[in-house]
Design a protein around this ligand. Sequence first.
Ligand code: NAG
Ligand code: NAG
Ligand code: NAG
Ligand code: NAG
Ligand code: ZN
Length: 383
Amino acid sequence: MLLASSWRRIVTVTAALLQTAKAVTNFTGDVLNGIPVISYLDLNDVPPAAMTRYYLYGSELNAGVIPLHIPIFVARGPADTFESGKKLSISAAVHGDELNGVRVVQRVFEELETKAASLNGTVIGIPTINLPGIYLNQRNFFTSSSSGFLTNVNRIFPGEDPLEGASAPDSLAYNIWNHVWGNTSNVDVALDLHTMSTGSDAPLWCYADVRLPYVERLAKLLEPDILKIDEGEPGSIETTFVDAEIPAITVEIGAAKQWRTDYQDRVVTFIERLLDDLRIAPSDSGPYEPDLSDTWTAMVYHNLPALHGGFAETLVKVLDDVVEGQEVAIIRNAWGDVLEVVKSPKAGKMLRVATDPATEPGRSVAAVTYNTTDPDCAAGCII
Ligand SMILES: *[C@@H]1O[C@H](CO)[C@@H](O)[C@H](O)[C@H]1NC(C)=O
Ligand SMILES: *[C@@H]1O[C@H](CO)[C@@H](O)[C@H](O)[C@H]1NC(C)=O
Ligand SMILES: *[C@@H]1O[C@H](CO)[C@@H](O)[C@H](O)[C@H]1NC(C)=O
Ligand SMILES: *[C@@H]1O[C@H](CO)[C@@H](O)[C@H](O)[C@H]1NC(C)=O
Ligand SMILES: [Zn+2]
């Protein structure tokens, strides 16, 4: 007769063997900087109560010898909380010039490494999605065929199947969506970290498609300077998740190519609040009450384009309140002649202000946010 404890041990060992048998994380056999390369992540295979680093085989460059190895952090709690705990994804730099989120992901996983033994769930981190953009110090993914073209990776999710001839950026999006996020099966809530595009200043703000439950709570936990109610952007990471009923927000952390540690601090603190809210790293203090006294919530994001090429001199700063008709920028030509004065069409708060003077016709030199009663903008709009 077997003792109960021996039985338990046999059952546990058998369960572990069964788990190993059905495990499908695909190790390519490559090891880079001592870190295993995978082409498919099955969370069952991730060591429990630990923080683990992988490289995802994302796609390849021309010449066929240089794969894109995308860093992936996974912090997993102990085995007994694995099934019940929530799963959070935090991704950054899908635009290669938007860098504040990179440091946020690094800092969150520095903390999670010390907490992994008590985590109630799983956190996946991708600090640098668009490596080619980062190599070229620019927003888009460069593809060299046909004399070269640039792809906005945040418009092509969930990507296209590499086995059916997808391009490198489409393959990258597909492999992240299906082989890291498991086509949502590895994710209950997602944050995608951005900054404003190169050439403009912005505060800490977010896009929130509040039509999906919990998105509004997510956005409020951030306590952003501006909360932009938004109907989403097809092909973006945020909207691909929201369309699949996974709550997600796009967090915009200041300007491109500028390290803003004050904003990074605020986003790290937000993620700590979120880990509590999702009970992944629960505190005893009860549900957090966000302080929204300094948050401006708005439905309209109104771009203010220049009609002429020239040099923009801006007259307002980010988060300034403006009145209807207020002058926000002067556009001068090479002689210094004033070609136009750009004005705000409405009263509101400045979300984006150009820092790079170089201006072409149609360039949006600033953006103002405000509310409207227009039913076409009931879910938020960008004009
Ligand atoms: C796993 O790797 C093998 C060999 O490289 C490959 O044939 C297979 O398609 C991969 N499976 C997934 C799900 O990536
Ligand atoms: C772990 O997370 C699950 C899912 O949110 C929750 O039901 C459970 O109460 C949590 N456990 C602890 C100890 O907080
Ligand atoms: C993700 O899963 C859904 C539902 O099973 C399926 O309809 C969809 O085609 C999948 N998407 C991809 C990109 O595989
Ligand atoms: C804009 O409308 C939202 C509700 O849709 C409201 O919460 C917010 O306070 C309004 N913002 C301003 C600046 O009036
Ligand atoms: Zn971006």
